[in-house]
Design a protein around this ligand. Sequence first.
Ligand SMILES: [Mg+2]
Length: 220
Amino acid sequence: MSPVFASVVFDVDSTLTGIEGVDWLAALRDAETAAYVKGLTERVMAGELPIEAAYVSRLARIAPTRDELRRLADAYRAAASPGAREVIATLQNAGVRVVAISGGIAAAVVPFCVWLGFAERDVHAVPVEWNGRGEYAGMDPATPLATQTGKATVVRALGLPHPILAVGDGSTDVEMKRQGAVEAFAAYTGFTHRKAVVAAADFVVETFADLMPRLLAPRA
Ligand SMILES: [Mg+2]
């Protein structure tokens, strides 16, 4: 089999795992906070609200502790997408560069993605800081991943081999294609099905088994 794309960029939340991390963290708080955060997340992912408008306030409202991020990493693993590990290993064995680019929090996203098989240097997410008691002390205000077009910025900075396919479920994933950072975008609908995202996709997959034949073609 020969690779169709030289690099594949995966979204994490609601793509490699069924969990939307920020919603999971918000659900640890009171019902009002959970509903507020979930509403913002849905509007961002549907492309109705730029992520910049939501990211900092959403996280400050939740103020996740370091221990809660450890628990989120476990929850990510428990909800890992069926077949994702196999796809990642197969791509790596075929010489394809696989990277994970996430608007989620690095302390949970990195251990989960390393467990899935990604090289640690190929996992990019939002750094968050805690004080000595493990209480939330803010996020890196300079990270491009808290912005609408940040995933495209990160892809360009990595200098990945082309052609590149991006796989994801949200509006920030679509931006990688819209900004010209990747050649193709696949909408992953295994967990969520967003009209604007599906409409912008080159193709749509519901499972990782469906994705495989799009990534590796029989040798001519
Ligand atoms: Mg996602």
